[in-house]
Design a binder for this molecule. Structure first.
Ligand code: ZN
Ligand code: ZN
Length: 155
């Protein structure tokens, strides 16, 4: 019976130059020094880019939201006030009903009567329409504020 082979001698620990001998100061090598500089430069640049990206994104979302409600807030578009429909309500083609959803008006419906052509529509129906184009859904008459119509822009 042979004795077991002796264990291999432990490998010597890697030699690291002490800080005082290293010309790269606290960095162990030139490569680590460059990597450190790169991190110091890249992190703020990435932070600034993320900052601008964030504000661009917020601005984009706000613009989209505003565009959706622009016409109702646009002073150049005179959205008529909502009124409650009654048989006495004067509007063009009232017996035909709302030109958007094609249902007849009933007493108490909230409607808007467009000033240019007197066509009337449900508030919910016409607001969705007016959010995208300032004209009558039935006859395409433009809906502009009286001030803008009185002083048309020079051609
Ligand atoms: Zn309607
Ligand atoms: Zn009309």
């Amino acid at each position: 019976m042979r004795p077991p082979p002796p264990p291999p001698p432990p490998s010597p620990p890697p030699v690291e130059p002490s800080l005082s001998e290293n010309k790269w100061g606290p960095y162990s090598s030139a490569r680590e020094f460059v990597a450190n500089i790169a991190i110091v430069l890249i992190v703020p640049i990435a932070a600034i880019l993320a900052f601008f990206f964030f504000f661009a994104l917020v601005g984009f979302l706000l613009r989209r939201l505003r565009r959706h409600h622009k016409l109702l807030k646009n002073p150049a578009v005179d959205v008529p006030p909502a009124i409650l429909f009654s048989p006495a309500t004067k509007m063009a083609g009232a017996d035909a009903g709302c030109g958007i959803c094609l249902s007849e008006f009933t007493d108490g419906d909230r409607v808007r009567v467009l000033p240019a052509c007197a066509h009337g529509f449900h508030v919910t129906c016409v607001d969705a329409w007016l959010a995208s184009r300032p004209s009558c859904p039935t006859c395409c008459a433009a809906i502009v504020a009286a001030a803008a119509a009185a002083n048309p822009p020079e051609p």
